[in-house]
Every structure is written in structure tokens, then in C-alpha cells.
Unconditional design. Structure first.
Length: 240
């Protein structure tokens, strides 16, 4: 048998044994220093691992914050837009309400003014027809009768025309002139085309010799109607 065949393969085992022999050759102080160095390296490795974990966590939190910031900004923007729309709508509603109130006030004022003008026209017409009715000149009674007819309408006009001849005869026979004045008037009721007006009047009678009698005072209820642009007497009653 050759020598090489009898020698065993002991490389790894020899290395291990060599390491054991190396550690065995170290002193206690050297072994302590070696253990301390190993602990220091392990601590540094743990610190690096902890730092890596902390950084990874911060990165994850940062990404989550960025991802959540966009929806929050969108929600905030939508809320602002919603508030602006509400404010704009409220402003439009207020403007519409103000316009409606202003229009109503203007219309009401116009109606009041129109009613006042209407009443004033009927009051003036009532005074005039009373003066015409009660003013008679025996020197020209036909003219007095014609003025009464021109300022009256049916049913009064038809009734008066039927008695016009008798009226003229009485005026001539009495030989007096009567002058009337309307002292006051008030509207009892009124529409756009008719009214009932109370009139307070007085009349003075002068005979042929020019002697004036004491004034007489009268109260009349006059019914008036519009005919075109003119207001005429439709009925008259003397009130006690």
C-alpha cells in the first residue's frame, strides 16, 4: 500500500481544529475583547435595522398622507363651491323678493293715486251739476234747462226733459233768479265709472226788483256716471 492511499481527507476538519487551536491560543483578555467587538457589531446591526424599519414606516405614512391629501382638498374645494352657490342663490332670491316688493309698492301707490284722481273728478263733477241744476235765470230759462240736460244722463235726463216746459213756465212766472254754490262734497261710494256723492249747497234767490232773499241751505245726494270723457248726473235727491 502506498502512503498516499492511507492518508485521510482532513482539510475541513483540520481547519476547524486549526480554529480551535487559534482560539485556544488566545488569552482571556483577547477573548473578552473579541466578544465585546462582536456585541458592538451586533448592536450596530440592530440599530441599522431599526433605522431602516423607521424610515420605511415614515415613507409609508408619507405616501398615505399624500394619497389622503388629494381627497381632502377636493372635499374642501367642493364645500367652498357649495357655499358660494348657496350665497349666490340667496342673493338672487333676495333680489327677486326686493323687486317683487318694489313692484307691489309701486303698483299700490299707482292704484292709490288713481283712486284719488277718480274721487276728485267725481267730487268736482257733483259740485258743478248741483250748481247747474239750482241756478236759474227767469230772463233765459231755456238756456238753464239746456245746461241741465247737457250735464245729465238717464234716468234723470229723461224725467227732466218730460217736465222741461213746466219748469220754464214756472221760472218765467216767478220772475226770480236763483244762484247756487256748492259748499262741500264727499264721496259716499265710487267705482271707475260711477259714484254717489253727498253735496252741501246754498242758494240765493233774487226777485225782479233785485231784492235778495235769505240764503237757503240744501243737502243733496247725486248719482253720477261717466259717459266718455264727461261725468254726468244720473239721479238727484234732496236730503232733509
Amino acid at each position: 500500500m502506498s502512503r498516499t492511499e492511507t492518508l485521510p481527507d482532513c482539510g475541513a476538519e483540520g481547519a476547524a481544529r486549526g480554529g480551535e487551536h487559534d482560539l485556544a491560543d488566545l488569552t482571556a483578555q483577547e477573548l473578552s475583547e473579541l466578544a465585546h467587538q462582536a456585541e458592538t457589531d451586533a448592536t450596530e446591526a440592530e440599530n441599522l435595522a431599526a433605522a431602516a424599519r423607521a424610515r420605511a414606516q415614515r415613507l409609508r405614512q408619507g405616501q398615505s398622507g399624500v394619497a389622503g391629501a388629494v381627497p381632502r382638498r377636493l372635499v374642501s374645494r367642493r364645500l367652498r363651491l357649495g357655499r358660494r352657490r348657496i350665497v349666490a342663490l340667496a342673493a338672487l332670491l333676495c333680489a327677486a323678493a326686493l323687486l317683487a316688493v318694489s313692484g307691489y309698492m309701486v303698483k299700490t301707490q299707482q292704484d292709490i293715486q288713481a283712486d284719488q284722481r277718480n274721487r276728485a273728478e267725481f267730487v268736482a263733477a257733483a259740485k258743478q251739476v248741483v250748481v247747474t241744476l239750482m241756478s236759474i235765470d227767469f230772463n233765459d230759462p231755456q238756456e238753464s234747462v239746456q245746461q241741465i240736460v247737457d250735464n245729465s244722463t238717464d234716468p234723470f235726463r229723461a224725467e227732466f226733459q218730460g217736465a222741461a216746459d213746466d219748469f220754464i213756465k214756472v221760472a218765467k212766472d216767478a220772475k226770480v233768479t236763483t244762484k247756487a254754490a256748492a259748499n262741500a262734497a264727499a264721496v259716499a261710494s265710487v267705482t271707475a265709472d260711477s259714484a254717489v256723492v253727498l253735496v252741501s249747497a246754498s242758494s240765493t234767490v233774487t226777485n225782479e226788483a233785485g231784492v235778495n232773499e235769505e240764503p237757503r241751505h240744501w243737502r243733496l245726494t247725486v248719482d253720477l256716471k261717466r259717459e266718455g270723457d264727461q261725468i254726468k248726473m244720473a239721479k238727484v235727491e234732496f236730503v232733509p
